[in-house]
Design a protein around this ligand. Structure first.
Ligand SMILES: Nc1nc2c(ncn2[C@@H]2O[C@H](COP(=O)(O)OP(=O)(O)OP(=O)(O)O)[C@@H](O)[C@H]2O)c(=O)[nH]1
Ligand SMILES: [Mg+2]
Length: 387
């Protein structure tokens, strides 16, 4: 963190009242779009922002200048005034030009989905590595988007600031950001070296990583299995820092990692800069894919996680599907899901409730069997029981 940072990054605050804007079209239905907006509202809530309205437009080809059409913007403008909104959040990513044009048209601050996720990440990062990674992602995201509009608008709402943001001022900001980006990259290199050294001194132990969509219960499960106290909350991205614990189940030891959750359309800057945090996923011998089965859209979440794993080249690992929050399902739903998921799948699957402690025995048994397989395969002859 450095002086003047708050001036450079978009930061929504607790005082903000936001209008959420989404689109639907041939590729995503109205129903899907509604779900996406609900997720955006949850993201906003996680950032402490109050959503005062959700609105949608059918749009197949985004407008290059303002993303949505002129009519829609006028409608939003009226809502802004009526609801005394201070912020508009777009569910889609906006180009720097679109963002600037919409801000100027509406005379209000505008955030897009990536900007909001980046803010949440930067508020939740704890370790030096996570903080550096998030700040790098945020700085790179901001570089083409610098307008200084945010500071001007928040100081003097009413648009006088709109003309005040001079090119010269912005050029200074850009220089500051570029210097900062270079610094952050250096810091990350340094951190990576330290991690590398630590990795070389690792014991020969099977590594298991908990992966999954955000807010599915990974940390809760980690706490249950490892008797640890990782922060688990009804928030998106409660976990950003990887935690690794040694766990012993039925006298078989292994390392268990809790990792950052995935989400639909994770900003690519973030995925890039989080690669080293996600090393734990790439290096895992076994992936435990945790799913919130009470979420109506869990199938889509599974797909998002699989795509993200594929982009990390981590799809071919032995995987265990853990259907969590089963306590929130009724008998029929459970029976339905058991039929579809516990049979004919390539990977073993288990239904559990991490909070109600149901199904944990079965989970432990499946996991231990997989861990033993990995020891045999990876460290043949190793007397792992005595580690
Ligand atoms: N009903 C129910 N709630 C659960 C269960 N497991 C976890 N939760 C709740 O789900 C919320 C999210 O749990 P976390 O463990 O923080 O989820 P996470 O996957 O680590 O989330 P991120 O770190 O934010 O990606 C918390 O409010 C938990 O109490 C469960 O089995 N049943
Ligand atoms: Mg977590």
């Amino acid at each position: 963190m450095y002086q003047g940072e708050d001036k450079l990054y978009y930061t929504a605050t607790r005082a903000d009242r936001a209008i959420l804007m989404g689109i639907w079209n041939r590729t995503h239905s109205l129903e899907q779009a509604e779900e996406y907006l609900k997720e955006l509202a949850f993201l906003a809530e996680t950032a402490g922002v109050q959503a005062v309205k959700m609105t949608m437009q059918k749009l197949d080809t985004p407008h290059p200048a303002t993303f949505v059409g002129k009519g829609k913007l006028e409608e939003v403008q009226a809502d802004v005034e009526k609801l005394e909104a201070t912020l508009v959040i777009f569910d889609e990513d906006l180009s720097p030009t679109q963002l600037r044009n919409i801000e100027r048209t509406l005379n209000i601050r505008v955030l897009d989905r990536s900007g909001l996720i980046l803010q949440i990440f930067s508020e939740h990062a704890r370790t030096a590595q996570a903080r550096t990674q998030v700040e790098l992602a945020r700085a790179e995201y901001m570089l083409p988007r610098l307008t200084r509009l945010w500071t001007h608008l928040s100081r003097e709402r009413g648009g006088i600031g709109l003309k005040g943001a001079g090119e010269k001022e912005i050029e200074t900001d850009r220089r500051m950001l570029r210097t900062r980006i270079a610094q952050l990259k250096e810091e990350l290199k340094h951190i990576a070296k330290q991690t590398e050294t630590r990795r070389k001194h690792r014991k020969p132990m099977v590594r298991v990583a908990l992966v999954g969509y955000t807010n599915v219960g990974k940390s809760t499960l980690m706490n249950t299995l490892a008797k640890s106290t990782v922060l688990a909350e009804n928030k998106l991205f409660a976990t950003l820092d990887t935690t690794v614990r040694k766990v012993v189940l039925s006298t078989v030891p292994f390392l268990l990692a809790d990792t950052v959750g995935f989400i639909r359309k994770l900003p690519h800057h973030l995925v890039e800069s989080f690669k080293s945090t996600l090393d734990e996923v790439q290096e895992a011998d076994i992936l435990v894919h945790v799913i919130d089965v009470s979420n109506y859209h869990y199938m889509e979440h599974i797909r998002v996680v699989q795509d993200t794993l594929a982009s990390l080249q981590a799809m071919d690992k032995p995987m265990l599907y853990v259907f969590n929050k089963a306590d929130l399902l009724d008998e029929d739903e459970r029976a339905d899901l058991s039929r579809t998921w516990l049979q004919g799948q390539r990977h073993p699957a288990v239904f559990i409730s991490a909070t109600q402690r149901e199904g944990l025995e079965e989970l432990r048994n499946l996991l231990v069997a997989m861990v033993i397989d990995q020891y045999k395969h990876k460290y043949p002859g190793l007397d792992y029981y005595s580690m």
